[in-house]
Write a protein that binds this ligand. Structure first.
Ligand code: ADP
Length: 399
């Protein structure tokens, strides 16, 4: 069974074609600058070098048609015929309170995703464009939607209600939603599998640290708290996003800058590692500058390390303990020095890593010392595979 996985942004589209027998990625790629001059596609057939082609992609539909063409191309393709495709899985950022799991697309589901647009005005319309384009180009093939928010819908109200008048929740559903759910759910389940334990018996803190970062408390296999909130700026310091901030600062920025858009840019695009260090949004650059003595780079690094420590300890307290801490995504999987800095001085709560074991990148590894009460692990995330699995399951159930 072959599943196409799509992740559509407003001007980009990432895809993977996965053979579910053996869960192998057959091809993957990225279309950039959709609707903008200079659009291009980078396509990789597994086992071959990537090919990049400039081509005009005025719309998502045009981009998807091209992707389907390249998938059946005699040289770069991996399919003889598009009929071999079983179904398409789509990443949808926001499912609101309506979607608690992945579902097969029906007219009602489409309506539901549209209703959630006010909560994700940038992301959901872009995701929907991709979905509608596939429905147009591949009529009759099942589509499944997988939501970033769904995994967190198990949080109790005490973990998602903000301390503002309750009517904002009642009228407009202003609350914490949490994102990266596909990743948190996957690495938590995978950690339990690797340890040979039932996830229901474990208290896990999952740290998804990339350009965007969030940390989640997983108890009984369910999300009981997460650091992302109504949107994706809350929590720890990120590449360009500010993380936790006193609302008074937002009011000050509003008075200074005058428009919500300018304030939004300040906290979403100009903040984070970039804003504090003045160097880069990329932790590798920040680390290098800090090592060379740049004080603001050191400060940005320290703020992030502190923030991650605070969430791990806070979520441990919330769950009445922690058995496993998982690091994933770009920083979590590759940041050897970073992981060490986070775990330093955490022995008071049973976290002790082994320097040699921690010297690893991008592979499933237990990095805690044998006498560490808490198991600390690196588990590379694989959101596309989760989307493909859910797609196969939902599409098969519907047949
Ligand atoms: P996204 O959220 O865009 O998917 P990624 O998960 O790819 O991002 O993470 C990107 C981040 O990972 C960047 O800040 C980058 O610096 C960081 N990263 C990648 N490799 C390393 C490394 N070796 N050490 C520290 N950070 C790293």
């Amino acid at each position: 069974m072959k599943i196409l996985v799509l992740n559509c942004g407003s001007s980009s589209l990432k895809y993977q074609l996965i053979e579910m027998d053996g869960e192998k990625v057959m091809a993957k790629g990225l279309v950039e600058r959709i609707g903008i001059e200079g659009s291009r596609i980078k396509h990789t057939k597994t086992g071959m070098d990537a090919v990049t082609r400039e081509a005009p992609f005025p719309t998502h539909t045009a981009a998807i048609k091209y992707v389907l063409d390249i998938l059946v191309d005699p040289e770069y393709g991996v399919l003889k015929d598009l009929d071999e495709l079983y179904a398409t899985g789509h990443r949808i950022v926001h499912g609101g309170e309506k979607f608690t799991k992945s579902v097969l697309v029906t007219p009602d589901v489409l309506k539901g995703i549209e209703e959630v647009i006010p909560l994700a005005p940038l992301h959901n319309p872009a995701n929907l464009q991709g979905l509608k384009a596939v429905m147009e180009v591949l009529p009759g093939k099942p589509n499944v939607v997988v939501f970033d928010t769904a995994f967190h819908q198990t949080m109790p109200p005490k973990a998602y209600i903000y301390g503002i008048p309750y009517e904002h929740y009642e009228k407009n559903r202003v609350r914490r939603y949490g994102f990266h759910g596909t990743s948190h759910g996957y690495v938590a389940r995978r950690a339990a599998e690797i340890l040979g334990r039932d996830i229901k018996d474990l208290k896990i803190v999952t740290c998804h640290l990339g350009n965007g970062s969030s940390i989640t408390a997983v108890k009984d296999g369910m999300s009981v708290g997460t650091s992302f909130g109504y949107g994706t700026a809350e929590g720890v310091l990120m590449g360009t996003r500010c993380g936790d901030i006193d609302p008074s600062v937002m009011i000050y920025l509003m008075e200074q800058l005058g428009t919500p858009q300018k304030v939004s840019d300040e906290v979403h695009k100009k903040g984070g590692l970039l804003g504090v260090s003045g160097i880069s949004s990329d932790l590798r650059d920040v680390e290098e500058a800090a090592e060379k003595g740049c004080e603001r780079a050191r400060l940005a690094w320290d703020i992030l390390v502190d923030g991650v420590k605070k969430y791990i300890a806070g979520f441990a307290a919330k769950m009445g303990g922690v058995d496993v801490v998982v690091f994933t995504a770009g920083i979590g999987e590759n940041g050897i020095t970073f992981r060490k800095a986070v775990c330093d001085n955490m022995e008071f709560m049973g976290v002790k890593i082994d320097a040699k074991k921690n010297d690893c990148r991008g592979k499933e590894t237990i990095i805690s010392a044998p006498d560490s009460k808490v198991t600390v692990m690196v588990v590379p995330t694989d959101e596309e595979m989760v989307i493909a699995r859910d797609t196969l399951k939902c599409a098969s159930e519907a047949k």
